[in-house]
Design a protein around this ligand. Structure first.
Ligand SMILES: O=C(O)[C@H]1NCC[C@@H]1O
Length: 344
């Protein structure tokens, strides 16, 4: 063996969205909080993210997570999320993958029928309920940090496409919401490529024209996500809708998107479209679902906020070791614009 780096990885997906969980091989990550560790990875150890997510080992639709011990006495474990364009403060599909891997590989003990966990994400503590049966995690429900609306019904101008009415909200990542019909989309899988091309242009215009800054942590990235939303409908006591999230640099989230669902709950609550205790079933572009709700209300700086919960399921797909040969010319990987639509 002549690798100069070898990572132990549990491959996993949550409702179709890949969330690899790196369980070993990366050494010490300095920092007191998970946000400090996220910054350390971003500033001084970014080669790990590039190795796992860039080509030739990764792909633009992959996400990964590093399991790290937490210094918070309340937390059972911590994790930092590594995505193709950023280190988000929080991620829903990745949280569901991390909780599933922690319990199904025995890193933390599983108690049937329910294991309660507290995980420290960069955004803060995340309480997680895992329903478990016969050694399988059958559902992960997490309570997110507060989600809130930055802008509602704002008009933006997109070069060559015209004007769009948008909302901007935070749910662990920062989202611009556009009604899919306003851009001529029905949110069907055959539209994915076009939605990404148009979505990236709308996202860039929103980021330029609408200011955002997280009141408690200005280091949290601004608008990097776009959700094309379908209409809300009430069915059998539930509120249901479809959405497609365009993740930078231009690919669709395969899951309904946990941070996007959280941000959408904040928008829906601000519009009086959902009350605490009601169930919101959010569907992805491939038809998978998260079951979401509002657990409570909060305040973040000057903003009214909701405390969202999101539930879904993950499945482990493999165990792998990823290595780096010292003569490999792509020590930092590479990206190509056929799938990496923009450089970032
Ligand atoms: O569920 C989510 O929040 C996300 N899925 C991949 C990109 C986002 O982090």
């Amino acid at each position: 063996m002549r690798w100069n780096r070898v990572l132990q990885i549990v491959d996993c997906h949550a409702e179709g969205e890949i969330g690899k969980v790196i369980v070993g091989g990366f050494g010490q990550v300095r920092g007191e909080t998970m946000f400090d560790k996220r910054n350390e990875l971003q500033n001084n150890m970014d080669h790990i993210r590039k190795m796992v997510l860039f080509e030739p080992r990764g792909a633009v639709w992959h996400n990964s997570n590093m399991i790290l011990p937490s210094n918070n006495p309340e937390a059972d474990m911590g994790f930092v999320i590594l995505e193709i364009c950023e280190y988000p403060a929080m991620s829903g599909s990745n949280t569901i993958c991390v909780a599933t891997v922690l319990l199904e590989t025995g890193i933390l003990p599983m108690k049937e029928p329910v294991t309660d966990l507290v995980l420290e994400a960069p955004a803060g503590l995340i309480r997680v309920r895992c329903d478990c049966k016969d050694g399988k995690v059958t559902r992960v429900t997490f309570v997110n940090q507060p989600a809130f609306v930055y802008h509602m019904d704002s008009m933006i101008e997109v070069d060559g496409l015209g004007s769009f009415r948008v909302d901007v909200a935070y749910g662990g990542m920062t989202y611009v919401f556009v009604e899919a019909a306003d851009a001529g989309f029905a949110i069907t899988p055959d539209e994915a490529r076009d939605m990404c091309a148009v979505g990236q242009r709308i996202k860039a215009a929103a980021a330029e024209q609408l200011a955002v800054s997280h009141p408690e942590n200005p280091e949290i990235p601004g608008i990097t996500q776009l959700s094309f939303t379908g209409p809300l409908r009430r069915e059998g006591g539930e509120i249901r809708s479809r959405n497609a999230v365009v993740v930078s640099p231009g690919r669709c989230d395969r899951s309904p998107c946990g941070t996007g669902s959280s941000a959408r709950l904040a928008v829906m609550h601000a519009r009086g479209q959902i009350r605490q205790g009601e169930v919101f079933v959010h569907q992805s572009i491939i038809g998978t679902e998260f079951h979401c709700g509002i657990e409570g209300l909060a305040r973040v700086g000057p903003y009214d906020a909701v405390i969202p919960s999101v539930a879904g399921q993950a499945w482990i797909t493999g165990l792998s070791q990823m290595g780096m040969d010292p003569t490999d010319p792509f020590q930092d990987g590479f990206t190509l614009t056929d799938t990496w639509m923009s450089r970032f």
